[in-house]
Design a protein around this ligand. Sequence first.
Ligand code: SAH
Length: 246
Amino acid sequence: MSFAAHIITAYPDMFPGPLGESLHGRALADGLWHMQTHDLRGFGAGKHQNIDDTPAGGGPGMVLRADVAAAATDHVTAQADMPLILPSPRGVPFSQSLAQEWAQGAGLIFLCNRFEGVDERFIEARQPLEVSLGDYVLAGGEMAAMVMLEAVLRLVPGVMGKLESGADESFSEANHGLLEYPHYTRPQDFEGRDIPDVVTGGDHEKLAAWRRAQAEAVTQSRRPDLWAAFLKGKSDAAGGFKRKKG
Ligand code: SAH
């Protein structure tokens, strides 16, 4: 079975959207992954199939009803045993390690919301994993689901030409959690700037050391959080192998 993306949304026409283009689009056409949208409105309540209502206790906007969210997600989880993701600014931060983990699985179910929020009782009862793209507020979960899927799908075997090119990148274990080294290509001279000699010199060991030093420098200057984690990992590893005296 290929990797399955289930999207519960009131706007199914948004999909596959950008995921239908380029590498991911080709992989979709080739059956390396597949996508199924589930229209939230089909699970709406009453004659008018309402999916949202005004917030209890007052406040701006509307709230996705718990019974509607539950009916839609139950319909999908009954046919697909995979993580249920609720994109939300309150969630755990999305990361390359989550993407790696999800890419090993059978697929993902996304519940996309476009309101102020989802009735908390749905979250308590169905326990979706709330995942955030970052500390900013989008208008809905659809773009968040697309971003997460784009990151996950490029790690699904076969989607990218060479699997290696998905593994040794910024944030990856193979790259020690660091940001990536700089890249160069033709022309050799761009507005008087040459490609560094070490890059084109042909000494692979020297180049690897230079790239590593560049990755460390850019991480240290731009991302103190990643740099601190990298240093901690190094000292933990050193401490772990200390010999006992005597
Ligand atoms: N009232 C909410 C924001 C609602 S935005 C709050 O203050 O936290 C509408 C929907 O967009 C959210 O329910 C969520 O599904 C999605 N969304 C917004 N920002 C997001 C983010 N940073 N990451 C993931 N999903 C997000």
